[in-house]
Each structure stands twice: as C-alpha cells, then as structure tokens.
Design a protein around this ligand. Sequence first.
Ligand code: APR
Ligand code: PHB
Length: 392
Amino acid sequence: MRTQVGIIGAGPSGLLLSHLLHLAGIDSVVIENRSRRYVEERVRAGLLEQGSVDTLAEAGVADRLRREGLAHHGIELRYDGTGHRIPLTELTGRTVTIYGQQEVVKDLIAARLAAGTVRGNPPVIFDAADVAVHDVTSGSPRVTFTRDGVAQSLDCDFIGGCDGFHGICRPAIPDLAVFERVYPFAWLGILSRSRPVSEELIYARHRDGFALATMRSNSISRLYLQCAPDEDPALWPDARIWDELHRRLGCGSELEEGEIFQKGVTPMRSFVCETMRHGRLFLAGDAAHIVPPTGAKGMNLAIADIRVLARGLERFYRRQDTGLLDRYAEICLRRIWKGQRFSWWMTSMLHRFDGADPFEHRVQVAELDYVCTSTAAMTTLAENYVGLPFEV
Ligand code: APR
Ligand code: PHB
C-alpha cells in the first residue's frame, strides 16, 4: 500500500489530521490497533474551547456538535461551602462547549468513512496489530502492521504519530527531551442518568478532596472525585460515591442520584515530550503531551497541534515549502506549555495534597479567594479556560 501521510491512531488527533488533509486534497490512511466500537465508546473528557468548536465547524464536522453540544458561559468555583461564578463570556466574549470526546471521534470517523476508498486504500484501518514505523529519517518512511493475521506495509511521505500516550511512535524516537510531573492522586469519574446539579460546571475544593460536577446532556451527569492514584473502583459502591459527592460539592437534593452506568479512574500527570518531530515522523496530541484533566485542555491541545501539522503538510504539498513543518514543534510547544501551566495551576489550587501543612492550606484558600474576587485574576482564569488564540 502507498499513501501520502500514514497516520497512527484513530483518536481525535489522528482522525482530525486525516480529515483536514482530505479537505486539502492530501491522501492519508489511519491505522488503529483497537476496534471501531472500542474507540467510539471510550469515555474521556468532554469540554471544547471555542477555537476547537470553530476548527471542527470549519472542517464541516460540527453539525451534531452544534445540535447536541451545550454552550457554557461561566463556571463555578466552590470552596469553604460557598460558590463563586466566573463569568467566562462576560470576561472574554467566548464560550466553551460540553460535548463528549467520543462524540467528536464518532463524527470524525463518520466523515472519514463517508469519503470512501481513495486509490484503493480504506480511510481508516481498525484492529491493526503489531503496528511499527520504519525509516522515518529517510525520504520514504513506512508503517508495518498485521490485519487478520496478514502482514501489511504502508509506504508514505510522512507519518503522523497520533497514537496517544501509550503508543509506539514516541518510543521510536531516540534521545527524547521529556518533562514530567506525576500527581499523588487520581480522579474517579462516573456517568449517571440524572439531571446535572447545575447548568454550569462546579469545581469544588474540599478538605476531603476535589470534586467536579459536569455533564454530557440535560439528563446525563458526569461527576468526578479526587481519589488515590491506585484507587480500586470496586471500593467505591454507588452509595459511597453519592455520599462523597454530596459532602464535597456541598449539595442537597439538587444533586440527583441516578443510575451510575460508567465508572473509571483517571490518573493525573503532566507530561511534555519536546521532541515532537524526528525526520518525517511528527508526534501530535497525547503522543507528545498529557495534562491533568482539571483545566480540560487535553483534547483542545490535540486539536491545536493538528491545525499546525495539517497546515504545514498542506504548504509542503502545495509549494514544496517546509517552513511551517520546520517550526511545528516550536509553535505547538508555546501553546502546550501554557496549557500545562494552566492545568497544573488549576490542579494545585483545587486538590487536597496529603501532608500539606496549615500554611499551604491557607495559601490555597487565599488563591481561590483572590481568583474569585479580583477581575484581573478572574480574567486570567477565563481567558485560559476558553482557550488562548491560535498562532496558526
Ligand atoms: N497502533 C495503532 N494505534 C494505536 C497504538 C498502536 N500501537 N497505540 C495506541 N493507538 C491508538 C489508541 O487506541 C487511540 O485510539 O491511538 C489512539 C490515540 O488516541 P487518544 O489517546 O485519544 O489521543 P489523541 O488522539 O491524541 O487525543 C487526545 O485524548 O486522552 C485524551 O485528554 C486526551 O482529550 C485528549 C485526547
Ligand atoms: C468533563 O466534562 O468530562 C470535564 C469537564 C471539565 C474538566 C474536566 C472534565 O475540567
């Protein structure tokens, strides 16, 4: 098989890259090691910056997002039992939209499959095993994999390494420049068939740990609780989860207890691989960086990387101009580090750190107090939360 750009991974990064390239007349094949069903049902975060929504809309894949996404104009920070609204739209003129990541993935897969076979190649190959990349520093890199027990090879001009944090692309690069922080806690996340506790998201700091009330629709709540990094969800029967949510969110009957139909633990990590390019292999999204979910930046940073990479490849194919590809890492990293800083700051301000002394505790509360009472500080939070402007 031969294509122009071989893409590893059918998450938001790989699928959006493939779709943007298709719109620019560039052929690609996405190779995914899981099934279509698995990637469409994998529950992740679900908050899109306005720039991410605009990117998907410009690419023609936002019809359902426009219909079903919930536009939000503010968030609430809760601490010491009191809620404080941060009026995002009033402060920045922008909104954020709640729309599950797996819905973005479904929409992108539908768009890729609708484009059909190009020069004999399917747009996406699911269930590929033993995926490996070769000769990435040559002019003609290759991807090999097996499908239904048959060994296959895909020759390409470039490879998009969009295979997430545990993928094979990053480890294929020598001498990586990596920066990392692992947090001493995780989030236990649930989906519940119940009305959201409030129209807007609530981020709550509590002495027993952080809690977040978000949603997927007007009848599905998404709720998170800070827990131990190695927490066993089996130790969290539904009654314990509801008890803890009531206490940490400081909610009464407005927190409806619905049927919990999904439960999972998300580890918390900050990670940046600054080596985002090796020859003709480009890393994007979670393959290159991970943020703790507190700032809701994961999917948004992935989309921002892909905008730069797709434009860079377009310029290469249109006018043999490698300028943007050569600056790919530099441009992406400016945004990635600001996203890292914001996610780290939100995480530090809102979580319980075991062993923190009373001084640290008071500084944390003072920080929240400042953010909730100073227009300057609130604006800083708001402009990062709704998303900084794109460079490309
Ligand atoms: N071969 C092929 N595909 C692979 C391989 C492999 N060896 N390893 C992993 N993959 C696939 C995964 O199954 C997944 O579908 O690559 C895809 C990577 O997708 P994501 O992990 O969703 O990463 P990305 O597309 O960069 O999206 C970033 O995901 O984790 C969230 O918070 C993050 O929202 C952000 C988004
Ligand atoms: C979510 O809806 O899953 C979500 C929202 C905001 C966050 C994290 C997760 O900060």
